[in-house]
Ligand binder design. Structure first.
Ligand code: UDP
Length: 329
């Protein structure tokens, strides 16, 4: 019983690999290393790591058969909202078209258990908060649309072909693993917390980085900046194990928000970064960024009830402290 982690070299994937290995679950990783890093995965004879694309049906089928895969975690996707406006073709191709190839390949290999990485970006502008899974989905970006299209695909494949899946709608993944070995790193980096902490590090190293850019301070929020629900990556990893257990136990296909039900504004995150690092962070205000929704936070109550999900990092201070421990190194 080996679990395939597709996209296991990415930020959430590599933390999930570490978490599941610690729980003694046999894994094999498949990643095209377009955005993930080989060095985020351990060198171990017990962890096969194969370089390949989920859209390459032949290579993928060989990998699935060779490692006798029984269930799949699918985290292989592009996820930069702003980039998806410039290059929707790439986003639909990677996130949707290649996922259909993946699903067909799973069925060919007689694998019918899947955990899919979805996103709060599929909701669009909230009509009520916190967002629950029943909230209508009207994504504002090609990225969100590509993920919503996969959710439709999954529902139809489940009905027609007996696939059983869990879709995990992540809110804002953040933080670093408790050992400080892995952390948040993207190439190029676009995310708030790693950019802030990298700026602090440069400042502490005697460099003179430009002020930190806030994308818009004229949103309809108390301080004018966007509000997001930050969820620790280790808690997301925990949810993957619970989702696998749920699918293994015969649970019906289902969708779960992974949110804490509480949001923080960009300015609040900056203040917390100042408190945790002990450094002042000068800011400059820039225009709004394409695709940014003013307020997003979601209820994780359904995941708590049906999966038994219990986030350990429930406040912004502990999330930033763990992120800073990794960045400082
Ligand atoms: N943000 C910002 N400056 C930056 C990066 C991000 O003001 O250099 C804001 C961004 O506009 C959003 C929030 O921080 O409102 C979170 O952005 P991030 O890219 O981390 O996650 P997203 O919510 O887009 O997935």
């Amino acid at each position: 019983m080996t679990i395939a982690v597709l996209g296991g070299a990415g930020y959430i994937g590599s933390h999930t690999v570490k978490y599941l290995r610690a729980a003694g679950i046999p894994l094999a990783v498949y990643d095209n290393f377009s955005t993930g890093f080989r060095e985020s995965l351990p060198d171990s004879p017990e962890l096969p790591v194969v370089s390949g694309d989920i859209g390459d049906a032949e290579r993928l089928a060989h990998f699935l058969r060779q490692h006798q895969i029984t269930a799949v975690l699918h985290l292989a996707a592009l996820s930069v909202v702003a980039e998806s406006f410039d290059n929707p073709r790439r986003y639909y191709h990677n996130n949707f078209v290649a996922t259909q190839t993946l699903l067909d390949t799973l069925l060919t290999c007689d694998i019918r258990q899947l955990v899919f990485s979805s996103t709060c970006a599929i909701y669009g502008k909230p009509r009520q908060l916190p967002l629950t899974e029943e909230h209508p989905c009207q994504p504002d970006s090609p990225y969100g649309c590509s993920k919503l299209a996969v959710e439709h695909l999954l529902a139809d494949y489940a009905r027609a072909y007996g696939l059983r899946y869990v879709s995990l709608r992540y809110f804002n993944a953040s933080g670093a693993d408790p050992d400080g070995e892995l952390g948040e790193r993207h190439q190029p980096e676009t995310h708030l917390i790693p950019l802030l902490l990298e700026r602090v590090r440069q400042q502490q190293n005697g460099l003179n980085p430009p002020p930190f850019t806030i994308f818009g301070d004229d949103y309809p929020t108390p301080d004018g900046t966007c509000i997001r629900d930050y969820v620790h990556v280790w808690d997301l990893a925990q949810a993957h194990q619970l989702a696998l257990d749920y699918v293994h136990a015969g649970g019906a296909s289902n969708i779960f928000n992974l949110g804490q039900g509480q949001g923080y504004s960009v300015r609040e995150v900056i203040q917390m970064a100042e408190a945790v690092t002990g450094e002042p962070i000068p800011v400059a205000i820039a225009p709004r960024r394409s695709g940014d929704t003013p307020v997003l936070y979601g209820s994780g109550a359904k995941a708590a009830e049906l999966l038994g999900w219990r986030p350990a990092y429930t406040d912004l201070h502990s999330i930033l402290t763990s992120a800073w421990r990794w960045h400082r190194q």
